[in-house]
Ligand binder design. Structure first.
Ligand code: ZN
Length: 234
């Protein structure tokens, strides 16, 4: 009997991690999800992740049977470590270090470390995250090299054989929309548009072709630009 392949998806409620969740449900036998509460300036993403998961189960029977537990971990220490535009009302802009002020130092490293500890307890080998270094905001902890080296460190430190999967690493945002279409057709694209959230400002009052958002922050610009190129490619 072959072992059931299990994955834990870092699912934030954004476009990228929602696409990764669909990817994992396609690729693995059993998929659990984890979200992190870290004092985000708006709870919109966390609300989106619940609605997205409920509708995903309802609309995709082939995936519903594979969806296991959902976990929320409190990482409020990120907020305690200091102010960023993601966890306070400070302005979203480009900082002196060349990174947007939304940058939370080491966030993805903390996320994967916490996820690995959880996966250890749950007997899960594959950790899936939506990090991407193709068109991104320049966060150093989204880079492939960072995550490859983190995989080695986690495996040594936890005496484990985790595999960190980042299916979006070499895709731009247009290709991420195309991937959603390949995985779940128009129904999945529609669900991602409607029920995922990327906007740093947490704006759900303005509805665009690509979903809700202020339309002006770096995350909205990336999402809108990717959507336009996806639609242009037909
Ligand atoms: Zn926005």
């Amino acid at each position: 009997m072959t072992e059931r392949k299990k994955a834990l998806v870092l699912f934030s409620g954004g476009q990228d991690s929602a696409t990764c969740l669909a990817w994992a449900l396609d690729a693995f036998d059993e998929v659990e999800t984890v979200g992190f509460a870290y004092g985000q300036r708006h709870a919109v993403e966390l609300e989106c992740r619940d609605r997205f998961a409920v509708k995903l189960r309802a609309r995709f029977a082939q995936w519903a049977v594979k969806m296991g537990g959902d976990h929320t971990l409190d990482l409020s220490l990120i907020q305690a470590l200091g102010e960023t535009a993601l966890t306070s009302d400070s302005e979203i802009a480009m900082g002196k270090n060349g990174l947007p002020t939304t940058f939370v130092p080491g966030r993805n490293i903390l996320f994967f470390t916490a996820a690995a500890a959880l996966a250890c307890r749950r007997g899960i080998k594959h950790l899936v995250g939506g990090m991407c270094e193709t068109d991104y905001s320049g966060y150093p902890d989204c880079r492939d090299d960072t995550l490859k080296s983190l995989q080695v460190s986690l495996n040594l430190g936890l005496d484990a054989r985790f595999v960190i999967e980042t299916p979006l690493m070499w895709r731009d945002k247009a290709a991420t929309w195309a991937m959603a279409y390949e995985l779940g057709g128009q129904a999945l694209v529609d669900l991602i548009v409607e029920e995922t959230h990327s906007c740093y400002r947490g704006d759900r009052t303005q509805r665009h072709a690509w979903g809700y958002g202020c339309g002006a922050c770096p995350a909205c610009e990336l999402r809108a630009n990717g959507w336009d190129r996806y639609k242009a490619a037909g």
